[in-house]
Design a protein around this ligand. Sequence first.
Ligand code: ZN
Length: 137
Amino acid sequence: MFHAMSPSEPAAPPIPIDDGEPRDRPIAMWRGWCGRCPRCGEPTLFRAYLKMASTCVSCGEDLEPFRADDAPAYFTIFLIGHIVVPLVLMIERSWAPSLWVHALLWIPASVALSLVLLPRIKGATIGLLWALRFKPR
Ligand SMILES: [Zn+2]
């Protein structure tokens, strides 16, 4: 069906053409870490805290196929575990505080680290998927 575009409609972003060129993985991951589109680098990757945009409003890149699913949560748990557990053991060996002190320290620290790192790790994961052209079939 033919759809005529009226002159008052804003111009749609150009449809990206995959030229098959190699994509720089570290740059794409860094852009994703910063919440930026892995293709153009504009801050358009997320439309909410963890809700990724289906397309980049700047360059028109179709981001929908690059779904990270549960991988960012696993990576975040893995990373935070490797940060928090050694600190817990160091504090325990040095001062042996009560369990409630541990709870007051490590529960908020783990929650705060999760809230800070999860969107960044999700963005980096999406950037890597984009750089690898990894789309589920
Ligand atoms: Zn873009």
